[in-house]
Design a protein around this ligand. Structure first.
Ligand code: SF4
Length: 65
């Protein structure tokens, strides 16, 4: 089934990882990272996201709101 919100999701997606087939398909993105005890790019600032360290530890260490 094709994601009907992919284009809309991509407008908000900050993931800079090239070539990911899940980009813009948030349900696949979340389940992929959840399996690895990680969070998707959108939980991180643009700067931290670019490290590609999606660990919960990295999220906690860099959380700043
Ligand atoms: S956060 Fe991970 S799964 Fe989601 S688009 Fe980026 S690389 Fe792909």
């Amino acid at each position: 089934m094709k994601c009907q919100r992919k284009e809309e999701n991509l407008e908000k997606c900050n993931c800079s990882y090239p070539g990911c087939p899940r980009k813009g398909i948030c349900c696949l993105c979340i389940s992929h990272h959840k399996e690895k005890d990680q969070l998707p790019a959108c939980y991180f600032s643009d700067k931290v996201e670019k490290s590609y360290d999606r660990s919960i530890k990295n999220f906690v260490e860099n959380y700043d709101r």
